[in-house]
Design a protein around this ligand. Structure first.
Ligand code: 5AD
Ligand code: SF4
Length: 481
């Protein structure tokens, strides 16, 4: 996909080209010059660190940031006391924002001792005008701020940052531009995320994503398939197709194509053994998708199907466009067609006006669907969303009480579900050495369950049959067979 460009052969004494991605290659070349000069001055390499907050989309964006920093001549480190630190931020809930502000205080301390340090911020949180105001006022030591729509011009912004005096801010309100073929540095050699679409058009009433990620834009299927083929040629065996609402993929392309059809085409790519995707909106999940999943040898037995609430009344207020009954019917149909599938979900507790009766409806759905796992969140008020203006906000104490109750039901059902696999042998993709015991490796089953078993580093990236011996709550201890 990204043909290894020889950046040092680009003539940076000329004006930059207008077209992308050539323009960014030019700025990478220019950045290399600054990095080289600074590193000669210091007598050591320059170190950079990319820190990711939030979802899989951000994780993928961070790989793009790393790719550019790497091409620009930085060496990657984990230590935030580095020459360049970039935070790729999330704003889906307020605690993500608070963590960033907290960390910025620490970075300020580092920068006082190391004044040439550069601090950059990007991602969803930066799309909010109130955040920019606050950083301008209280965190004036930040060097560069950009948003979600112009991440492709990171190289250019780095150059402008090195040439600027003071804080550089470049935020776009929206874009229809998709720039391909920029360098990417993958975190894992054997698996990768792939953006198939950007943005969201759903406007769930609690959610800030449509405001910070913009309108839905799908990539051309040919571009996606070419990227996956290139990844397979590099040894990637598992891919995750990424979008806020993958089930509406392709509907707005000049030549419309369904998500199910895209999956059919991805399935034919040699070398790719496992296909995952994230996230499915229940209202758009088609029978065609279920039958493609059922027939597939490669699509993983895992479906993330956010419920948000089990109360039809709250779902309506949330603008989710399905009822409790419709969701239950859908889940039932999926379980019937693909019995070995694992269904996971997202749940919000404490949406404005939510009563204990509504919470009981949610618990009822959890028990009926028998989720294999669920992410449970306390409702967080996001300025600018319709739900933030609703008058009947639920008090913190009630939310916590309801949240604890939902969480305990979710955990119990998930444990019961996980236990069902005891004694079964399943394929695991080995992802890493076990964090705590280096004699063990950690693998992931098709259904997304984690298994630890005896093994060595050579197994990483391989798909291995493992007997699931002992269920430890949500994960397994196993043995290679
Ligand atoms: N408060 C709490 N949780 C939220 N989510 C999105 N917006 C909010 C909010 N304002 C949750 C939803 C979504 C997940 C990614 O984050 O459950 O599916
Ligand atoms: Fe947010 Fe709803 Fe879009 Fe998901 S589908 S990103 S919850 S607006």
């Amino acid at each position: 996909m990204f043909d290894n460009v020889d950046f040092d052969s680009i003539d940076i004494t000329q004006e930059p080209p207008e077209e992308e991605p050539a323009r960014q290659y030019y700025f990478i070349a220019k950045c290399r010059k600054y990095v080289k000069e600074e590193s000669e001055r210091l007598g050591r390499p320059l170190f950079s660190v990319v820190r990711t907050f939030g979802c899989q989309m951000n994780a993928r964006d961070s790989e793009k940031l790393s790719g550019i920093l790497n091409a620009a001549g930085f060496e990657e480190t984990e230590d935030e006391n580095a020459d360049l630190v970039i935070y790729n931020t999330c704003t889906v809930r307020d605690n993500a924002n608070q963590r960033v502000y907290g960390r910025l205080g620490v970075l300020n301390g580092y920068k006082r001792r190391n004044p040439h340090m550069k601090i950059c911020l990007c991602g969803c949180m930066m799309q909010e005008p109130s955040v920019i105001e606050k950083i301008r006022k209280s965190y004036s030591f930040v060097d560069l701020i950009f948003g979600t729509h112009n991440i492709f011009k990171f190289a250019q912004l780095l150059v402008e940052m090195y040439e600027a005096d003071g804080m550089l801010i470049d935020i776009w309100k929206d874009t229809d531009q998709i720039v391909e073929k920029l360098p990417v540095q993958r975190k894992y050699p054997f698996k990768s995320g792939i953006n198939i679409m950007f943005g969201c058009n759903n406007f769930c009433s609690y959610c800030i994503v449509p405001y910070v990620r913009g309108r839905e834009r799908s990539r051309e299927p040919e571009e996606i398939l070419a990227e996956i083929k290139a990844l397979a040629a590099e040894g990637v065996v598992e891919i995750m197709l990424l979008g806020q609402n993958v089930n509406s993929y392709g509907k707005n392309l000049k030549n419309p194509i369904s998500f199910a059809e895209l999956l059919r085409r991805v399935e034919t790519i040699e070398g790719i053994e496992r296909i995952r995707f994230m996230t499915s909106h229940p209202k758009d999940l088609s029978d065609e998708l279920i039958s493609v999943m059922k027939a597939s040898k490669k699509i993983c037995r895992h479906l993330h199907l956010p419920l948000q609430s089990g109360s039809t009344r709250i779902l309506k207020e949330m603008n989710r466009r399905y009822t409790k009954e419709q969701y239950l019917l859908l889940a039932e149909k999926i379980r019937k067609e693909i019995p070995d599938i694992s269904i996971t979900t997202d749940i919000i507790v404490g949406f404005p006006g939510e009563t204990y009766e509504d919470v009981l409806e949610t618990i009822d759905v959890i028990k009926k669907v028998q989720y294999d796992n669920a992410f449970t969140f306390q409702y967080s008020k996001r300025t600018g969303t319709p739900a933030a203006a609703m008058e009947n906000q639920v008090d913190k104490e009630t939310v916590t009480k309801h949240f604890d109750e939902v969480l305990s039901v979710v955990q119990n059902t998930a444990k019961e579900r996980a236990k069902l696999l005891e004694g079964v042998t399943m394929d695991a993709l080995v992802e890493e050495l076990n964090e705590h015991d280096k004699g063990l490796v950690t693998g992931r089953l098709s259904n997304n369950i984690i298994v630890h078993f005896k093994g060595t580093e050579e197994l990483i990236g391989k798909i291995i049959p493992v007997a699931l011996k002992e269920c430890r709550g949500f994960y397994y201890l196993g043995e290679m067979v």
